[in-house]
Design a protein around this ligand. Structure first.
Ligand code: MG
Length: 248
């Protein structure tokens, strides 16, 4: 069931989304070569808790971290731990905050130090594909318009979109209906209505679109071990067009 939020509910949700966005921004400021993902996760958790919120991901389905920290070939769901960030890595941070009954959810892939031109091109294309997707998050459009915009944009540039994992509705639950794939057919799928809040999250691979889940049950890597990038915003569908809720 797709939940429709009234304006009071949307206002309440804005705070959770703002805290999520600020936690993500903070992660980008602190992440440096030489740090472990475990250290970064610890700082993110403390930051969220200091705002009076809870990390949405901590314990979700048994996930042991407060953020998903995914390096290079890791697409999503990287478990924070002993892996040390190196100069030239790309680090995807996916983080959500639960506050006053609502979740926010957002992600960004940060370059660590001096990153190759190819990696920077992948990051730019993925970030831009999220912008193209958000332009389609308009009342009256359909979910397929969002996915079609993402895949058209990145495939034109020689990249592929992950199909095994998709975006989602978000609100009182971290994952709600509808599913929001990064592929699809324009004009197909559930209709977008004012009051819907969705997490749009292109996961874009440098090589093949196939991914593998490592034996830890979480860490999702590209099958060819080439790079992957991930950008995400929580967006409200309104009568005045798309509103990005996950802004600092
Ligand atoms: Mg998400």
């Amino acid at each position: 069931m797709i939940s429709i939020k009234n304006s009071r509910e949307l206002t309440a949700m804005r705070d959770a989304c703002r805290i999520s966005a600020e936690a993500l921004q903070y992660a980008g400021e602190i992440a440096k070569a030489g740090m472990t993902t475990g250290e970064i996760d610890d700082l993110i958790r403390r930051y969220i808790e200091k705002q009076g919120a809870k990390p949405s991901f901590l314990g979700y389905g048994g996930f042991p971290g407060s953020a998903c920290l995914s390096i290079n070939e890791t697409v999503i769901h990287g478990i924070p731990g002993k892996r040390v960030l190196k100069d030239g890595d790309i680090l995807s941070v996916d983080v959500g905050a639960f506050y006053n009954g609502y979740h926010g959810d957002n992600a960004y892939t940060f370059p660590i130090g001096n990153v190759s031109d190819e990696a920077m091109r992948l990051l730019s294309a993925t970030r831009e594909s999220l912008e193209k997707a958000i332009e389609q998050a308009v009342a009256g459009n359909r979910v397929g318009d969002i996915g079609a915009a993402v895949s058209a944009y990145v495939e034109e540039r020689g990249y592929s979109v992950v199909r095994q994992f998709v975006g989602h509705g978000v609100g009182t639950n971290l994952h709600e209906d509808p599913s929001v794939p990064n592929f699809g057919t324009a004009g197909r799928g559930p209709r977008l209505l004012p009051g819907m809040t969705i997490a749009i999250e292109p996961m874009v691979n440098q090589g093949v679109s196939e991914v593998e889940i490592l034996p830890d049950g979480w860490t999702t890597v590209t099958k060819d071990r080439k790079l992957s990038a991930h950008f995400e915003h929580t967006v409200a569908i309104t009568t005045d067009g798309p509103v990005i809720l996950t802004l600092p």
